[in-house]
Ligand binder design. Structure first.
Ligand code: MV4
Length: 449
């Protein structure tokens, strides 16, 4: 059993990990930049170490500073949270070279899934359904043209080093392929130092459905159903729910088993998310995320599990505390991401919180590192709180969300809360009738004053 773990992150996710550790009787070490000396994760941890100046690149991304913080505090393992170093294979290698444990997958699994062509090849080989497209990279414009004439337009050109929406170009017809191919390549070269691209059939109106998987690193794995994360703005998720309103129990069981079998076969360790586009009753793999995700609480709510506790257990070499047969869905959960941003531009608005009150009551979870008088620093992500509601069914979760948003007080900065009030007035939100383009279209007609 670990005695002490270091949390290489900040904000609500650092608190999330500290809480799990404390419930397991494990001490926690917070690391922080000079801008975060007064942050809640520093107060809540058992110990803290200042690791550098405000910019993330010089603090939360500083591998030497984080390794040194483990050495001075005697922490035996590192939980990376999400973002920052969570999907950095080199970091994982260095952690292990120092005799420390990375609470997450192996460097090799992170590397495989980080290269989107290799990830897709691997998943295809493991029997996971993928979007039709090129077999690996597309080296030349001539090859691109031949392939696209074969698969048919529209197509999407994606950077193998991209992901999460970065480095993608759509070609609607043969007239667009040259521009799409060349710009995707040159943007990929500039952004990632790697110009390799692949091509897929472009799905026009899919949902974003992601399957939560969890492996023990020894060939055993489970799935915890799906989350529908279709409501996004510029590839940033805004509203997430589980189970997905469009997914039947039979579809869930089938795609879930495909995913758990796949990660079991590769001896995957810990939490992972397999992302799909879902259209006309079919799932198409796009990417796998090898980390705990921001929206993991909706899955925790409906399955009644603590995913961070499980991550720590399997990192220690312990078995998972549940198997597939122990997992059943109870009700419906929704998460909204509350950002310190001004609408309609979603412009970041750091500043001092003059008054904060978190909603509570039955079926309400607020994951936030805010407190009265806290000053949100300008250096990091604008996510300040996640409000997660759980109800017996989707309608009760939605009315609970309305109730909880009404109780929330965040004064001193602009937030995205008015967006959620407005969304709750929409019939499509109540009926679950939305896809990956719904929110952007709605914002254009409704928030464009
Ligand atoms: C696609 C697609 C349509 N067809 N791939 C965007 C993020 C990255 N993970 C994959 N993305 C997409 N890939 C094919 N073959 C449409 C998107 C997409 C998207 C996906 C999920 C959620 C929001 C989105 C918004 C725009 C485009």
């Amino acid at each position: 059993m670990f005695d002490k773990i270091l949390v290489a992150n900040r904000g609500e996710i650092a608190l999330r990990v500290i809480r799990a550790a404390r419930e397991m009787g494990i001490q926690s070490v917070a690391v922080h930049s000079t801008a975060d000396a007064d942050a809640m994760h520093v107060r809540m941890a058992d110990e803290s170490v200042c690791i550098g100046p405000p910019p993330g690149a010089e603090s939360y991304l500083s591998i030497p500073a984080i390794i040194a913080a483990c050495e001075v505090t005697g922490a035996q393992a590192i939980h990376p949270g999400y973002g920052f170093l969570s999907e950095n294979a080199t970091f994982v290698q260095i952690v292990e070279d120092h005799g420390l444990t990375f609470i997450g997958p192996t460097a090799e699994h992170i590397r495989i899934m980080g290269d989107k062509i290799t990830a897709k090849d691997t998943m295809k080989e493991l029997g996971v359904p993928c979007v039709p497209g090129s077999d690996g990279g597309v080296p030349t414009l001539e090859a691109a043209k031949t392939l696209c004439d074969d698969i048919g337009y529209p197509v999407i050109v994606k950077a193998t080093a991209g992901g999460g929406g970065r480095g993608m170009k759509v070609a609607t017809s043969a007239a667009d392929i040259e521009t799409a191919f060349r710009t995707a390549r040159s943007e990929a070269k500039a952004a990632f130092g790697n110009d390799e691209v692949y091509i897929e059939k472009y799905l026009t109106t899919p949902r974003h459905i992601e399957i939560q998987v969890f492996g023990d690193g020894k060939g055993k794995a489970v799935h915890l159903g799906e989350r529908d994360c279709s409501l996004q703005r510029r590839h940033q998720k805004v509203f997430e729910e589980a189970p997905g309103p469009a997914i039947s129990p039979e579809e869930r069981a089938r795609i879930g088993k495909t995913c758990s079998d796949a990660v079991a076969r590769i001896n995957y360790t810990g939490a992972g998310t397999i992302e799909f586009l879902y259209e006309n009753g079919e799932f198409y793999f796009i990417e796998m995320n090898t980390r705990l995700q921001v929206e993991h609480p909706v899955t925790e709510a409906i399955f009644g599990v603590d995913l961070v506790r499980e991550q720590i257990r399997v990192a220690e070499g312990l078995p998972m505390s549940f198997g597939q047969d122990d997992l059943a869905i109870n009700g419906h959960a929704i998460e909204v991401r509350i950002n310190a941003e001004k609408l309609p531009e979603f412009a970041p608005r750091p500043g001092k919180i003059t008054q904060f009150h978190a909603p509570g009551g039955l079926g309400v979870r607020m994951d936030s590192a805010l407190y009265d008088g806290y000053s949100i620093p300008p250096y990091y992500d604008s996510l300040i709180a996640k409000l997660i509601v759980h109800g017996q069914d989707r309608a009760s979760a939605l009315s609970r969300l309305h109730r909880a948003l009404g109780e929330l007080i965040v004064d001193g900065v602009d937030t995205t809360v008015p967006l959620f009030h407005a969304l709750l007035a929409e019939d499509d939100i109540h009926s679950g009738n939305y896809n990956i383009h719904w929110l952007e279209k709605w914002l254009q007609t409704n928030l464009q004053d």
